[in-house]
Design a protein around this ligand. Structure first.
Ligand SMILES: [Zn+2]
Length: 256
């Protein structure tokens, strides 16, 4: 169900030793850590496509300290997956949400992201999932109707491609930062729910919507990690610990 990413090809890939090949002999390496790199040469030439290793490491430390537990539980409840489902996380980052849910539920898990350091970190930790480096803005490299569930968690969205790879009756979980997410560090953000629902309206019906907000006591290193994860400069003054809001809007859609 994995497809060749060469423009105009998009035939199925099969494994051949340490690489994946399509019938036209386009070939893609399987990295030592196990992920498959489907980026095209022009996409690799971008200096740093996607998140940096530093931002990925900072985000993983915050996940590992348990600050995003409520968000993870709410996402699990929203997607309501069972062990037979095939699940895609588009823009999977360090793989925390997909990898943790896969261990709990046992579904077939597939994660893609354009950032090599992100997917490498995911592949090193969560061996039971398939991890792909690809530009999902252009194409989600899977066959039509491959998945029961697609997740997009604070990631870029491609409504047409999400629809194509979902089967009939499939579900899409979109998580976007709520206006009060990290409000103590970056000020109030925009409410993106309306525009997000509009973007998906041609393909999906909104089934459910909720906001998951928690407050956490961050020490100075946690604050530093949060700033790194959103690419905010530290400023001249030393960073101090403080109470910080974490807040996601969760939108559950069904294929129309
Ligand atoms: Zn090909």
């Amino acid at each position: 169900m994995l497809l060749c990413s060469v423009h105009g090809c998009h035939l199925g890939l099969v494994r051949d030793g340490r690489r994946m090949i399509c019938p036209r002999k386009h070939s893609f390496d399987i990295a030592r850590s196990g992920y498959i790199n489907l980026l095209q040469p022009q996409e690799r030439r971008a200096k740093q496509p996607g998140d940096t290793a530093e931002a990925i490491a900072a985000r993983r430390r915050l996940h590992d300290r348990g600050f995003t537990k409520d968000q993870r539980l709410a996402i699990a409840e929203a997607i309501n997956a069972n062990s037979d489902d095939a699940v895609l996380d588009a823009g999977c980052g360090d793989g925390f949400y997909l990898g943790t849910l896969q261990r709990e539920i046992g579904f077939q898990a597939h994660g893609i992201d354009i950032s090599i350091p992100a997917v490498d970190a995911a592949a090193r930790r969560y061996k039971e999932c398939e991890w792909i480096v690809a530009n999902a803005d252009r194409m989600v490299p899977y066959a039509d109707q491959s998945f029961a569930i697609v997740m997009s968690i604070t990631a870029r969205m491609n409504p047409g491609e999400f629809r194509r790879v979902l089967r009939e009756g499939g579900r899409l979980l979109v998580a976007i930062p709520a206006p009060d997410d990290l409000i103590e560090l970056r000020g109030s953000g925009r409410d993106r729910v309306g525009q997000t629902v509009d973007r998906f309206a041609g393909y999906f019906t909104l089934m459910n919507q909720r906001r998951v907000s928690t407050c956490a006591d961050f020490d100075a290193s946690d604050v530093r990690d949060a700033l790194i994860s959103i690419y905010r400069p530290m400023g001249a003054h030393p960073v101090e610990g403080r109470r910080v809001t974490l807040s996601l809007d969760l939108l559950l859609f069904q294929v129309t």
